[in-house]
Design a protein. Sequence first.
Lengths: 148, 148
Amino acid sequence: MKKDIRQSAMASELAGKGIRLTRQRKVLLEIIENASDHLHASDLLRLAREHDQSIDRATVYRTLAMLKEHGLVEELDLLHLDGSEHHYELKGSRGHIHICCKKCGRVVEYDTELVTRLEDEVRERTGFDVDSSRIEIAAVCPVCLDQA
Amino acid sequence: MKKDIRQSAMASELAGKGIRLTRQRKVLLEIIENASDHLHASDLLRLAREHDQSIDRATVYRTLAMLKEHGLVEELDLLHLDGSEHHYELKGSRGHIHICCKKCGRVVEYDTELVTRLEDEVRERTGFDVDSSRIEIAAVCPVCLDQA
DNA sequence: GTTCCTGCAAAGAGTTTGCAGTTCT
DNA sequence: AGAACTGCAAACTCTTTGCAGGAAC
């Protein structure tokens, strides 16, 4: 019993704004929702084409831009440790950090209450109305440390 | 009495590594050291050409890459709120946060002990050897808030 | 004098856009 | 029916590279 993409949080969010759920977008949303990694546009295009050969690069970029604009995905660049493409992930409620290994390229996520603390402190001390934050750390992972 | 660029921290750091201080690099280093803003490559090129018309784009990119490699400048992208160019700033000892106003594009820096706390926590809890961190916050500044 | 660095020009990655036709609601 | 969306192809922005000559140490 496969989950219908039309019932996902993303899709209903979009439906409410009069945004059409096309065949191509169904494929893309499904991939993004089930992705374990941080995809970039070319990953997404490749995966999408496994389902539908005709999906175009432009559609992928336009869909990502649309999702970003509606606050459903977040753009990362992971410190450009792996080329200069942008990576995308579902926007979650809790703020988290991306830790990128400079040697092997592995990216792990880390949750901490300090992110919220930081945002609160900025809000209080600077008067800026904080919308979102992006925290990326360049490091060397334990596995690579052992090999050094 | 103008400060000699050869005595700057950056220049002596480079001299120690056998890196040549060319006419072009003197101009670029001086601009970067005195910059109040976060420059991007095209800013830097434009400013450099006011001093020396013949400086080439490629030299600017190569110099920035060299400085980054030697840990003298840091690359930022400021959440791509203002196009997709990379911004650069002198690498300071203390970690700081960049807060970017989504309306007017203004970028302010904010220092807090929480950055160090965060890095320490990541080190302890994940076993990653933290090298550097980049924290960027999208927000609306007080001035723009008033106008809303 | 040798090695490193430069300008030039061309290529490369990643992304965006205009347009004519198609699909969604 | 009408607006929104798509594929295609071309354009565009930012950045990198090969090469032959020039400058720093």
